[in-house]
Design a binder for this molecule. Structure first.
Ligand code: FAD
Length: 463
């Protein structure tokens, strides 16, 4: 079978590329995971190393890694240049064009059911937050945001899928691509079948980045040098009341802190107002994450507090370092994430069920996290950074460094291999484009979707 365009991966990158090409060219998407209606996480989250779904429905399937997620849509605020640095490394894309594509992504989301409410548009309140953060030595990055909610996002994805199918896009699910032969312009799937393409778009996300790395080495796909970093930290959970002021202005506040002792860079990420802390399983370790719903709410707010650690020669495997930290943390939790009260971390002792129960202000939303001692798993420098950053944040969000604050680990964000692509998302291999998180270009739903649109426009000859 031959297609004009084959897209590998039905994440936001792949789906938005297909959206642009739909009805114009013969397009097929190959997705290793399930369709959005079959993506359910059946785990009761009480057992170690959930392996119930292969591949895991949280990270693989139509809609991509964020398919069952919170659906926070982050857009650049053109009044604040710093906001161009969130959600991806887009410095090689013309700013005006980037803004246009973001608007297009937003319009598509709105057309398919994303809510009208937009955060971060009240300039007076943004200015107030900026001043408050800067006075505390913290950078606040103003963005515009929408929140779809994990209960509503699958409906939006279903609507987009319906549009794609109606306009002739074929979507193959449970079809893992195992090889690409760029000389013959063919892909091969796990079941041994081959499909020909005129153009190929690789949008495999973080879940496919290991496979992509192997393939990139084999076919000399050009790789950027600056990808030797990793983000390690904790998920912080506090009473929603102390974050209400800031989250009512901006749903997911992006705050950047440089720590006093180690001069390290930390940031807040993926704030989930009135949400839940959740776990993700990766075979021999688990990680924590967060989500919130549009309708159902808890009394807690959680966010990731992440340190950015860069490595230089001779060590070139930050992801391995991260996996080791995740494995040891998961082991100490008996196959589960660890939870610790800030008070216990300060006192250099583990948390226990009794100590967590004693916490009158905030009780955990992730019930299966095991009370323990994060400092037995994480290096001292990371622990120093977390404590240091929380103290600074306390000046912007009073109460966040209270003894009762709950910390969950491992919270780690791995960086994919960064491929060298031009402003059209073309790789050095003819007719092959790379987009989204798997190519190391984006770090979020909107960013990935933008790269998909750009690749599609290049194929259509618009740019
Ligand atoms: C729990 C969670 C919550 C998140 N919440 C948010 C949020 O609120 N806001 C936000 O902006 N971002 C969020 N993100 C990040 C966001 O989901 C990603 O940045 C985004 O989905 C990346 O899009 P992508 O298209 O590049 O890749 P992905 O979404 O990862 O999609 C890639 C697809 O390719 C498929 N694939 C991989 N390898 C192969 C192969 N060999 N053959 C066939 N198919 C393959 C995968 O199954 C996957 O479906 C979240 C991520 C997670 C895990």
């Amino acid at each position: 079978m031959k297609y004009d365009v084959i897209i590998i991966g039905a994440g936001p990158g792949g789906m938005f590329a297909a959206y642009k090409l739909a009805g114009k060219l013969k397009v097929a998407i190959f997705e290793m995971g399930r369709s959005i209606s079959k993506r359910k996480c059946p785990s009761d989250l009480s057992e170690s190393y959930c392996t119930k779904c292969k591949p895991c429905n949280i990270t693989y399937g139509v809609g991509g890694a964020g398919g069952l997620s919170d659906g926070k849509l982050n857009y650049v605020n053109p009044n604040y240049p710093s906001s161009f640095t969130v959600g991806g490394d887009f410095e090689f894309i013309n700013e005006k064009y980037l803004m246009e594509k973001m608007e297009e992504v937003d319009n598509i989301f709105l057309k398919h059911g994303a809510p009208d409410e937009l955060y971060g548009v009240d300039e007076d309140k943004i200015d107030y937050l900026l001043k408050k953060a800067n006075a505390a030595g913290i950078e606040f990055v103003p963005l515009k945001q929408r929140h779809v909610g994990s209960d509503e996002l699958p409906k939006v994805i279903k609507s987009i899928v319906k549009y794609l199918k109606k306009n002739g896009v074929e979507i193959f699910t449970r079809k893992t691509v195992v090889d690409i032969n760029p000389r013959e312009k063919k892909i091969k799937t796990k079941d041994g079948k081959e499909y020909e393409y005129e153009y190929l778009i690789i949008g495999v996300g973080r879940g496919g980045s290991k496979w992509l790395e192997k393939w990139a080495n084999e076919y000399n796909l050009a790789v950027s040098e600056d990808s030797k970093a990793i983000d390690v930290g904790v998920r912080v959970e506090v009473p929603a009341s102390i974050m209400d002021e800031i989250t009512s202005i901006i749903y997911d506040p992006k705050l950047r802190i440089v720590t006093k002792k180690h001069d390290d860079y930390l940031r807040t990420f993926c704030t989930c107002p009135k949400g839940w802390v959740i776990r993700e399983d990766y075979g021999d370790f688990c990680l924590v994450n967060g989500h919130s719903k549009a309708k159902e709410k808890t009394n807690n707010t959680n966010f990731a507090l992440l340190g950015h650690y860069k490595f230089t020669e001779p060590f070139e495997q930050p992801n391995e370092w991260g996996r080791d930290l995740a494995r040891i943390t998961t082991k100490l939790g008996g196959g589960n994430p660890i939870i610790q009260r800030l008070k216990d971390l300060r006192l250099g002792r583990r948390s226990t069920q009794a100590r967590i129960k004693h916490n009158i202000l905030v009780q955990p939303t992730l019930k299966t996290a095991i009370p323990g001692d994060i400092s037995l798993a994480y290096p001292g420098r990371v622990i120093d950074d977390i404590m240091d950053a929380l103290e600074s944040l306390n000046n912007v969000i009073p109460g966040v460094a209270d003894d009762s604050t709950l910390l969950y680990a491992p919270e780690i964000k791995f960086y994919s291999l960064k491929l060298k692509v031009n402003e059209k998302m073309q790789t050095n291999i003819p007719y092959v484009y790379a987009i989204g998180d798997g190519a190391g270009i984006s770090r979020g739903i909107v960013g990935a979707a933008v790269t998909g649109l750009i690749a599609a426009e290049s194929i259509l000859g618009i740019i």
